[in-house]
Structures are given as C-alpha cells and as structure tokens.
Design a protein around this ligand. Structure first.
Ligand code: HAM
Length: 437
C-alpha cells in the first residue's frame, strides 16, 4: 500500500474543516485590519531563502527541501555538484512565507516609493525537513501577515494585537496564552552585540556543545536556543540584548510596549528570544500555550532589512505566522472543537420509479444554494433514511409514487419528525425558508 511521506498529513473531515475555519477566521479578522490576501508559489529560487532567511540558519542549511527537475537530477548525480546550475534551476519548497511575499513585493513593486504600505495575508503549506514529532511536521500549514512599508512602533503593536485577537476568536482561553517579546536591535547595535555573544561562547567553549562552538562562528545568537541543558545554563550568564540596544532601538521598543500596555495585552519580556530566522530586526514575539507541550503556536517580528536583501529599496516590514497543526493540538488539549458543526444537508429520498423526479428536485435545491444529497446506490427507502441521519440531514425530501402523481414532495423535519406536503415548484423556496428559520 502506498503511504504518505513521513511528517506529512492528509487533511480531511473535521481536520480539514478546522483548517478551513482557521482560514475563514483569518480572512474576516485580517480584512478588518486592512490586509489583502496574497498567494505566492510554493516553489521559489533557493536564493530567495538564502538571502532572506540567512545562509547560516538551520532552516536554510539543514531543513530546506531542495527541488530539481528529473532531467537535471540525473545530471546532478553524474556531476556530483550543483555548481553548474543557474540560479533559476536551484529551487526549494518554501520553509516559510515571509521571504516569498517580500520577494513578490519587490518583483511587483507593491510598495512604490512614497506610496502606502502593502498589507498582505496568506495561508498555505510550508515545508521543513525536521525530525517529525508531535506538533513538528515536514509539511505544515501557516496563516500569516506581512505589513511592508511601516516603521511605526504602532504597527508592531497592532501585529501583536491582531495575533492575540486571532487566537481569542479561535476559542483559546486567553489566560493560558503566553506572549513573549524582545527587541533584537538593528544594523547599528546588533553587530557589536553578536560579537559580544561570540566572545562569550568562545570563552566558555569547554563547557558548551560542538554545535554551539560552530554557532559562535556562524550565528552566535542561536546558542540561546540550544536544546542542551548545560549550554542553556551557561548562556544564562551571556550578555543580554536589552543592555546592548542603541538609543533608537530602545526608544522604538519602549513605544511598542507602551502601545501594548495601552491595549491591555499582557506580555513577558525575554531578552533571550532570538527566533530562528536571520531577517529579524528590533521587535520579535512568540506565543505559547501553557501546558500544551507543542512549542510556539505563532511568532513573528520586524524585518527592516529584508526588502533590501531581496533586491528592493530599503523598506521596513513586520509580520507573523501561526501554525495550524499546533493550534489544533493545543485547542484539543483545552477541549475546544475547532471544526465547529458539520454543515448538515438536505437529503432527497426516492423509490426507483421516481428517480428522475428526485434527480430534478436535487438539482433545484442545489441551484438554490442548499447543500443536498441523494441516493446513488439504489438503496431501499429505509436505508436512505439511515444514510440521511448519518449525514446529519436536517430535512429529508421524500418522493414516492403518490407524491410524484400529485406533483408534490413530502418534506420531513428530521428532528421533530413533522412532515408536510409541498408543491414541487415551491420545494426549493420552502426548504430554504425552513433552513433559515
Ligand atoms: P516561525 O516561527 O518559523 O516563523 O513559524 C511560525 C509558526 O509556524 C510557528 O510558531 C509554529 O506554530 C509553526 N511551525 C513552524 N515550523 C513548524 C513545523 N515544522 N511543524 C509544525 N508547525 C511549525 C515564520 O515562519 C515566520 N515566517 C513568521 C513571520 C512572518 N515573521 C515575520 N513575518
């Protein structure tokens, strides 16, 4: 039997309905905040991610799924190197949405000089070659927003506010959500801070793991995220970014916090929150659900250098993304059914000689926008009623010889078991009215 790839999931039934609800809630909420939908390709040139996310990040070095066409694959194996490939031949499945959206904003000049910011939201599958475990998949689903062209700290605060409102609307108990924030500095103050952390790691090299020593050279701030308990202990004493911020960054961060306070959003400051993607500058944030054991359900931050890294003009930006699979697990743990009710339907039951009349009635109901099912397996009336119950039908329309001879249908309410006869010409409007009531 063919099997799905490890770390991927099929979305169907309640799980699919939950993903649809997650995007529906996003559409309504993000629309109110002025975000327009965008869909960028799942496949991008590798360079889009290398430039944006950063060459030294785990996401780019270890987790990106690289793609070549079948013909090139053979050629690649024969040559044993990809050095000869043109940039457009080196592709990857997107590990996240931000780099692609910003690439699109540059390519289509979505933020013209002196023009209004671009406010975009997206929903779709992302791919990371991580070791699969609960809440960590190789193909997972994100909903995210990118607000490109705004440097105002109010934009940072609004991103956090809309994120927390999103979780509230999905049904989370707000008291269990833990919002962590930090400022990572910018091009003025971060280089010196990175250097201070690099020196700290090298001074404590004998106490830290191989990976962290490697990180010292490539990306020292990642050492704050090391899984190794001893490294975490040592890093407790490492220089903290809040001591290293330049005046502009300190001011910006202070204003973000003031806006959050004004909006009554509780948060925890964590100067070790560094996030795994290199493009972040200044504000970063993450949300976890206490006791859920699934890690962050959402995160984001400011990326004032990313437009330039993708070949555009210097343009500030900020955004976030949330992970569907983790949200689903965390909500389940809180006893919240994310899928909501199944949509129910109307069922048209008939005897074999009245099949043609049932066919027409089914079409008429569907044309009136009513979700309608019927029998396509030649089952008995009794079996059709059972099927109607199984499908959660609220109304059953019965077409037997007497009904068809009289030009009517019997409309049966599946809850109260009341039934009335309705002229066939009025069936759709009658049923629509009943469903609306
Ligand atoms: P991220 O923190 O890498 O940020 O991912 C956002 C969310 O996606 C995480 O909080 C988590 O819920 C979910 N997620 C990430 N990796 C996995 C995985 N392997 N399996 C299941 N869920 C996962 C970003 O992706 C940034 N693009 C967010 C952003 C937008 N920053 C600015 N704009």
């Amino acid at each position: 039997m063919a099997q799905r790839v490890q770390g991927t999931e099929d979305l169907y039934g309640d799980y699919m309905r939950a993903w649809q609800r997650m995007t529906d809630v996003a559409r309504e909420l993000f629309d109110a905040y002025g975000f327009d939908a965008i869909e960028t390709p799942t496949l991008e040139q590798v360079d889009t991610f290398v430039h944006g996310i950063g060459e030294s990040t785990d996401v780019v070095r270890k987790e990106m799924f690289r793609v070549v066409s079948g013909a090139l694959f053979d050629d690649l194996l024969a040559r044993g190197s990809e050095a000869h490939l043109k940039p457009r031949q080196r592709m990857a499945m997107r590990p996240e949405g931000t780099a692609g959206v910003v690439r699109a904003a540059v390519e289509h000049n979505l933020v013209p000089q002196g023009g209004a910011p671009a406010k975009l939201w997206y929903a779709g599958a992302m791919f990371r070659g991580e070791r699969p475990q609960r809440g960590r998949l190789r193909q997972f689903h994100q909903v995210g927003v990118e607000w490109i062209g705004a440097s105002d700290p109010a934009a940072d605060a609004e991103c956090v506010i809309v994120l927390m409102e999103y979780f509230r609307r999905l049904g989370f108990d707000s008291s269990t959500l833990r919002l962590t924030i930090n400022s990572m500095g910018d091009g003025t103050c971060r280089p010196a801070y990175r250097e201070a952390v690099r020196r700290f790691i090298l001074d404590h090299a004998d106490e830290m793991c191989e990976d962290c020593i490697e990180r010292a050279a490539l990306n020292p701030l990642r050492a704050f995220d090391c899984k190794n308990a001893r490294c975490r202990e040592v890093m407790e004493a490492a220089p903290k970014v809040d001591q290293a911020l330049c005046d502009d960054c300190r001011l910006h961060y202070g204003q973000v916090k003031r806006y959050l306070d004004e909006a009554g959003i509780p948060y925890v400051e964590d100067p070790r929150l560094v996030r795994g993607l290199d493009y972040y500058t200044r504000t970063v944030f993450e949300v976890e659900v206490e006791g859920s054991g699934v890690g962050a359900i959402g995160g984001g931050g400011r990326y004032d250098g990313l437009m330039e890294l993708e070949g555009g003009r210097p343009t500030p930006g900020i955004g976030f993304a949330v992970g569907f699979e983790r949200i689903y697990l965390a909500l389940q743990a809180q006893g919240v059914a994310m899928a909501g009710e199944g949509s129910g339907c109307v069922y048209v039951a008939s005897m074999p000689d009245q099949r043609a009349a049932a066919f027409s009635a089914t079409l008429a109901l569907r044309n009136a926008g009513i979700r309608t099912e019927a029998d396509y397996q030649g089952r008995s009336l009794k079996a059709q009623f059972k099927q109607a119950n199984r499908l959660g039908a609220r109304i059953c329309v019965v077409l037997g010889p007497d009904e068809v001879a009289a030009g009517v249908a019997t409309v049966r309410d599946m809850t109260s078991h009341e039934q009335v006869q309705v002229p066939l010409a009025e069936l759709a409007s009658h049923v629509a009215e009943r469903l609306g009531a």
